[in-house]
Every structure is written in C-alpha cells, then in structure tokens.
Design a protein around this ligand. Structure first.
Ligand SMILES: O=P(O)(O)OC[C@H]1O[C@](O)(CO)[C@@H](O)[C@@H]1O
Length: 553
C-alpha cells in the first residue's frame, strides 16, 4: 500500500511537476498569470477560499485531483456517507455526517435509520436546555442553575470549549460556562472556586466513560457539590440527580458512577471522539446558545457535508484544501500548518484543530499495516491574529522553515470598536502578501537602508498561504468551517492510505501512567525496573513530593 502511493503514476507525475513548478517563486507565478488572484479561488457554503498564494498552478491542481481520483477519494467518501465500517482498525462506521443530517433524511447503519435516533436525542437535549435556561430546572436547594461546568477531555472537551468561545456572543450572558479537562487538580479547583454549588450543573462528557482524567474530575465535582450542598448520606443521590448529567455511549458506566441514566444523553459508537461536538457532547454549547442557534450550527455542518459529497473536485472546498496540504507536505516538504484566525472568538480553534488533524492523521502505517515511505499529517498550531504577528511570525517570514498558513477572517465583526476590524483585516491581507512576495534586497537598498542591514531586512517571500473569508462568524458559519476541516482531513487520510479515525498512539502512555501511579505513591519505594532515566525521575518526584529532596544528589 505504502509503495503503491509513491510508485503510482499520479504521484510520480506530481514529483516531476514539483521539480519544475515547486521551485518557481510566487512572484513569477503571479507575473505569468495576471488573473491568478481571481482564478485560484473557490466559493461555497458562504466561504471564499483564495489559494492563489499557494505555490501551485492550474496543472498542479489537475495532477493533485488525478491523485485524489486514483486513490479512491470518491469511493471512500461514498462509503463514509453510506455508513460502511471505514474505520477498519476499530471495525467502526464513521457517521458524524448523520449527526447533522436534517430530520427526515435517512442514513442506514446496519439497516437502522440513525438520523431518527440523532433527532430524538436532539429533542431531549433541547427540552433539557430550555428547562435550564428558563429556570424551570432547579438545583437541589431549589435555586435555578446559573453555572454549567462541562467535564471531559480530548474530543469530549475541545469542541465544546472552542464552540463556546466562538459563539460567546450568541450565548446566554447571565449564565457562566466553565470547562474542566486536565487531571491537574488546579483545573477543577479554579473552575469552581467562585461558584455556588446550589446553582451549578455538571455535564460529565465521555464517550467511553472510562477516561481517567474525566472520571477523576467527575469524582472531584461530585464530592465538591455534595459537600457544599450538605447532601451527604441519604440525600446524596437526589442532589446528584439535580446537579449532574452525563453524555456518553456507555450507560452501564454512567450508572456505576451514580448518575441516573434518565439524566444521560446518548450518542453512538459510530461517532469518533474528535468528531462529536455536534452530538450530545455539545450539550454545553446548546445550553449556552440555545437550541435554535445549535440547529443553525448543525445546518452549517450539513451544508458543507452536501457540498463535499456533491461538488466536483475543481470546486470542492475540502478536497482543494486537502490537496494543497498534500502538495505542501509531500512535494514541498512542509512539516507544519499554521492556522491563523483573525477573529478573537476563534481563539481556541487552532487547539481544536490540533486534535482533529493530528489525532486523525498522525499515523505512520497504512490501513493494511505497511510503514509509509512518505510524510503524513503535518503539525497544526496557531494563535489568533494579530497576536501571533508579534510573536512567531518572525520565523514564518524569515526563518529557515516552510510554514504554510491558513488565514481566516470575516467581513463583519460582532464587536465594532472604532476602526479596529478594518485594522485587523488589513493585517490579515498584508501578511499573506508579505509572505508571498517578500521584499528583495534591491527594494531594501532603494529605501536607503545601510548595506550592513540589507540582508537582515530582506524578505525572500515565496511562503505559501491560503485565505478563508466569510461574512460573519455565526453558528452556521462555524459549523461549515469545522466540517470543511473535517472533510479535508478525511481526504488527506484517504490519499495517504491511513485510518484517520483510530488513535492507537494515545494508548501506550496511558498504560504506562497506570503502572507508574503505584510507584509514585506506594509507602515504600518499590523495586523499579524502568530505564535509568525513568527510575531517577520517579525517585526524584517522590523526594520532591515528600520534601526530602537533597538538591543535586
Ligand atoms: O470521550 P472519552 O471516551 O472520555 O475520550 C476522550 C478522548 O480520549 C481519546 O480517546 C484519546 O485521547 C480521544 O480520542 C477522545 O476524544
């Protein structure tokens, strides 16, 4: 499988093409084609993608699309939408598209219509959200709920946090929303420090309901709430019933934890953790923005699903984004992608994308177990503009690494403050221009720069970027933006021949941590059989913990 890709005619043609075009400067590419800025652009679902500043031309895109055809992107997409078990290493279907399918649409999995199930849960979520938001759901002491603390980690946290931040301006402002994920007690302690337990609802989100971090935080929350409510003993279950709900696929473990399954919102095995924010995992989002806005967000996801499924590759946003990523990663040698939203509300979007992209495509074996002989998922990172400009953009402009950038901006801000929005977007546009075209030594000299500084003030340019623009950050726009990246990750995974829906790479660390806990906490230091570094760290931690560290010894 691995050699299949790098020996395939489509790959070899791209390699040859890269040798010719990959080295051409963006200045040349623009000079050769004055219409480039209007031609290397596609639009759909309210999103405008300008990829003219990527180091490609029309032939590159043709060859990349041929690669996508040859790798079966079309067939794999149809298989995903049809509910086939395309997550082969876990023998699971991958049906997050069903989570946002409109009521009445049918998607069958094992002969059963899952869309009807999805909407039944959405109805329950909506009814519950309305009760909490209008104050008819009361806490144990009769007070209305004013604080919501969502406990989860990974896909059971990053989506909800990101969506809450992104849609804050649509949220019920008299309610407080907090998110606890880390198994560092500080996360929990700071989240609840100023909250009244009588007004606090905890949502425990875990697909498996066995995740160490989440269960540990949920236990802490339970103890904190029960104690603060004075509900120890006979009243404990009643208090928990009013202040805890669960979101999970595992009713047995939810019940074992002590949450009444009547207060559980379910989802399904065919929803991957990092693809679950629009399932019941998004209950905190619905509580914040209300069911109507939540449905608008689902509509945005769905519109992008339809666009992805039905639009020819030439005008297909996720396919185009995916192919540009393949080009940069495999033919220009980029190891990373910077995601740069010029929209403060998207401040957690890069963190969200890190799990989506890197847990999905950070793999080095193909679906049939062969080690790849090509690069796969790049490293995603980023910060909202313009903060990044005063931090790491130096390296993007003048460093030795190639850092393709995704700029994201909106026509309107939800918070007009003077001319700040125009300033913000002027910066976004200027950054793409500066990266692409740079500033030659002659231009620097012509400005009267002292010769000794010319090299320092020269910008080579030829640094690729894409720019995504939309009218305004609404729930619909957010849904479509997320689905754009989801499908782009999927297309790349298909081309690389990897399973984008498993995450075996997180297991080893978890297993070792379990064994290490006992070694850190046993009254007597047990015999340690790790490597010498790990043994020394365990010993040193025990000394530090007990206050018996003897400095350098
Ligand atoms: O929802 P759960 O089962 O608690 O899992 C949380 C996260 O842990 C992982 O399995 C591994 O990090 C993620 O894929 C998942 O989103």
């Amino acid at each position: 499988m691995s050699a299949d890709l790098t020996r395939s005619p489509a790959w070899l043609a791209l390699k040859q093409h890269a040798a010719q075009v990959g080295g051409r400067h963006l200045r040349e590419l623009f000079a050769a084609d004055p219409q480039r800025g209007e031609q290397l652009v596609i639009e759909g679902v309210g999103l405008y993608l300008d990829y003219a500043k990527q180091r490609v031309n029309a032939d590159t895109m043709d060859l990349l699309r041929q690669l996508a055809e040859a790798r079966g992107v079309r067939q794999r997409t149809a298989a995903m939408f049809a509910g086939e078990r395309i997550n082969t290493t876990e023998n699971r279907a991958v049906l997050h598209v069903a989570l946002r399918a409109p009521a009445g649409e049918k998607i069958l999995f094992d002969g059963h219509d899952v869309v009807a199930d999805v909407h039944a849960v959405l109805e329950r979520m909506a009814a519950f959200s309305e009760q909490v938001r209008d104050g008819s759901w009361r806490g144990h002491t009769g007070k209305r709920i004013r604080n919501v603390v969502s406990i989860g980690i990974g896909g059971s946290d990053l989506g909800p946090v990101m969506a809450y931040e992104a849609l804050r301006d649509f949220s019920q402002r008299d309610m407080v929303f907090r998110f606890v994920s880390n198994v560092d007690g500080t996360d929990f302690a700071e989240a609840v420090r100023d909250l009244d337990a009588a007004e606090t609802l905890f949502i425990v989100c875990s697909k498996t309901f066995t995740t160490l971090e989440t269960l540990s935080n949920a236990q802490a929350a339970r103890q904190w709430a029960v104690q603060a409510l004075g509900a120890e003993g006979a009243n404990e279950n009643q208090a928990v019933a009013k202040h805890f709900v669960a979101v999970s696929t595992n009713a047995k473990e939810v019940a074992k934890f002590g949450i009444d399954t009547a207060n559980m919102f379910g989802f399904w095995d065919w929803v991957g953790g990092r693809y679950s924010m629009e399932s019941a995992i998004g209950l905190s989002t619905m509580l914040a923005i209300g069911p109507t806005h939540f449905r608008d967000m689902l509509a945005g996801f769905h519109a992008m699903d339809v666009h992805f499924r039905d639009t020819p590759f030439e005008r297909n946003l996720p396919v185009t984004m995916a192919l540009l990523g393949i080009w940069n990663t495999n033919f220009l040698g980029a190891a990373t992608v910077a995601v740069l939203p010029y929209e403060q509300y998207l401040k957690r979007f890069p963190a969200y994308l890190q799990q989506l992209t890197m847990e999905s495509n950070g793999k080095s074996v193909t679906v049939d177990g062969q080690t790849v002989d090509y690069a796969t998922g790049p490293i995603y990172w980023g910060e909202p503009g313009t903060n990044g400009q005063h931090s790491f953009y130096q390296l993007i402009h003048q460093g030795t690494r190639l850092v393709p950038c995704d700029f994201i901006g909106f026509g309107k801000t939800r918070n007009p403050v003077g001319d700040q929005h125009d300033l913000l977007i002027a910066n976004l546009i200027a950054q793409g221009e500066a990266l692409a075209f740079g500033k030659s030594a002659d231009e620097v000299r012509a400005e009267g720069t002292a010769e000794a500084l010319v090299a320092h003030r020269t910008f080579d340019g030829n640094r690729p970027s894409s720019t995504l623009l939309a009218a305004e950050l609404t729930p619909f726009a957010l849904g479509s933006l997320i689905a754009l990246y989801e499908h782009s990750v999927f297309v790349q995974g298909v081309i690389w021949g990897i399973d984008s829906f498993d995450q075996w790479g997180v297991e080893l660390g978890k297993q070792l941590a379990k064994a290490t806990i006992a070694e850190l906490t046993a009254a007597q230091l047990p015999a340690l059989a790790h490597d010498s570094s790990t043994n020394a760290l365990i010993r040193r931690y025990r000394q530090l913990r007990e206050g018996t560290s003897a400095g350098n010894g």
